[in-house]
Design a protein around this ligand. Structure first.
Ligand code: ATP
Length: 509
């Protein structure tokens, strides 16, 4: 944690934002000090991204809102003001072009080093190297960023944001920077952020991961239903108190409450010899009613397992289904015949259709069952969707709300509802709680358990260790594309998992 800061960098006063039919922010006031890490927290849909988009000049706030940056009063921030005043943003998707190198990505944002009319590649690489060195990171700046570790990509996005070519940088805003980072890489990111702070840049940090906020921030501002519930020092704050401030009521501790396994003796699936870009012969048996976790750092094969298992990514696999039939190779069509549903994280472009409503997205995978005699049975469809909206606490609770207007966490809940609604034999989940708030997370674990009790099998691939502790019966830890360790029942703790995915390789990510 840093020294107590004293000077106001940004004063936000009475800020509101009303979208057609939706008030996202109302009378929000708080201050960000120079030299502090200021966390911004709140439930899904509480207005965090809207506030950030106002600071980024993307949304204009309601009349009467006031924002002052370094003493300069503004009613709204235009994108040119944002740049001039030194506010920089790193969003969850990082905005990097995966096929290009770090040197090229830096050049795309702030121009390329030139020698005469030509690009000076050596000079451009030196510039990217220097930007990364300032935050204590060393990577090969000529490699395509797709080939780097997730935390290295985050570091490049941060280094690029802090390029002072166009003036002093005062505030770095990070929107859920760790949503897809495994824990060992989170520590590496924190080291980078401390370096950023050393440069005199303040940080506004948005996250649903409470441990991170407690370990990193100086102060925290809590939003609830678009209103500011206050700004609190982190010193003296604990997880339970912070969770209560966010949700507005006491939140139960989850780890101790994991219900007993519903795994039966019956096979849901046997997988053998799974190979892909990284996967190197992974196999496992999944029983009906069992919730199996797949843990691993980025580059361990965890990120591709769900897609290879369901035929969404190329790879080799041999599979024995619940009826004892053997299958070689997998395609999305075959996965469907076998009753495997791939539940993608909301950041994935194929996860849902932005221009469809909540109702249309939830019903999409189940549409044939609502059609009788060439007509959609609207009442039945609507009833099912309304039940999912209530069960997952999707906000706003309007089935006709366009998916693209939903907050990140609510998008994730719609994707889950879409697949829970289809009752497959096996759910293959990729980061199912990405961007989901602490209250909704418990709800999701409850629904997974409910479905497991009916005999569905689950393969839960996640970068978030809480998912394994909260809901899994057994966890496979992947290292270098292979199963390096297996934990089950009470053995599944965050510490043991961390050891399994990091120390097995002696890797210090
Ligand atoms: N462009 C838009 N049009 C209409 N409503 C919107 C728009 N953008 C956001 N909203 C609504 O404003 C509210 C606040 O959303 P916002 O994305 O700011 O929440 P959030 O706190 O960032 O949530 P999450 O943690 O899920 O990312 C939500 O009800 C959302 O549906």
């Amino acid at each position: 944690m840093t020294a107590v800061a004293t000077e106001t960098l940004i004063a936000i006063e009475g800020v509101g934002k009303t979208f057609p039919g939706q008030r996202a922010l109302a009378d929000v006031s708080f201050e960000i000090e120079r030299g502090e890490i200021h966390a911004l927290v709140g439930e899904n849909g509480s207005g965090k991204s809207t506030l950030i988009k106002i600071l980024a000049g993307f949304h204009e706030p309601d009349p009467g809102s006031r924002i002052a940056v370094a003493g300069e009063e503004l009613k709204a921030l235009a994108p040119a003001d944002v740049r001039r005043l030194g506010l920089r943003f790193v969003h969850q998707d990082l905005g990097l072009v995966a096929e290009l190198s770090a040197a090229e990505n830096v050049g795309l944002a702030s121009g390329f080093a030139k020698r005469g009319p030509k690009v000076d590649w050596a000079g451009q690489c030196r510039r990217a190297d220097a930007l990364l060195a300032r935050i204590g990171v060393e990577v090969d700046v000529e490699l395509p960023v797709a080939e780097l570790r997730a935390v290295e990509r985050s570091a490049i996005a941060i280094a690029r944001a802090l390029d002072e070519l166009h003036g002093e940088i005062r505030l770095l805003v990070l929107d859920e920077p760790t949503a897809a980072l495994p824990p060992a890489e989170v520590d590496a990111l924190f080291r980078v952020l401390r370096e950023v702070l050393e440069q005199g840049v303040s940080i506004l940090y948005v996250s649903h991961r409470l441990e991170e906020i407690l370990g990193l921030a100086d102060r925290v501002t809590v939003l609830r239903d678009g209103r500011c519930k206050g700004t609190f020092p982190i010193a003296g704050m604990d997880r339970a108190r912070l969770a209560e401030l966010i949700v507005g009521e006491e939140v139960e501790a989850d780890a101790a409450q994991r219900p007993p396994s519903c795994a039966t003796e019956e096979r849901a699936l046997t997988v053998r010899g799974m190979r892909g870009a990284v996967l190197d012969g992974v196999g496992f048996e999944l029983r009906r009613g069992e919730v199996l976790g797949i843990a691993g750092l980025s580059g361990s094969g965890r990120e591709e397992l769900a897609a290879v298992l369901t035929g969404a990514a190329p790879g080799q696999i041999e599979l024995v289904d619940g009826d004892g039939r053997t299958w070689s190779g997998m395609t999305p069509k075959r996965a469907k015949q076998l009753g495997l549903a791939l539940v993608l994280a909301n950041r994935h472009p194929d996860a849902a259709i932005g221009q469809f409503s909540i109702r249309e997205n939830v019903s999409l995978a189940q549409l044939p069952s609502y059609v009788r005699g060439g007509r959609v049975r609207g009442a039945q469809e609507r009833g099912a969707v309304e039940r999912w909206i209530a069960d997952l606490d999707i906000r706003p609770d309007d089935p006709d709300r366009l998916y693209s207007y939903l907050s990140g966490g609510n998008k994730q809940k719609v994707i889950l509802a879409k697949w829970l609604n289809t009752s497959p034999r096996v759910f293959v989940m990729d980061d199912p709680t990405s961007g989901v708030d602490i209250g909704a997370r418990h709800g999701i674990y409850g629904l997974v358990r409910e479905q497991a009790a009916t005999g569905a099998g689950f393969v839960v691939c996640s970068s978030d260790l809480e998912d394994f502790v909260g809901v899994c019966d057994r966890v496979l830890a992947l290292v270098g594309g292979r199963v390096a360790a297996e934990l089950s029942g009470a053995e599944i703790t965050e510490n043991r998992l961390l050891q399994a995915i990091v120390t097995q390789t002696g890797k210090n990510a």
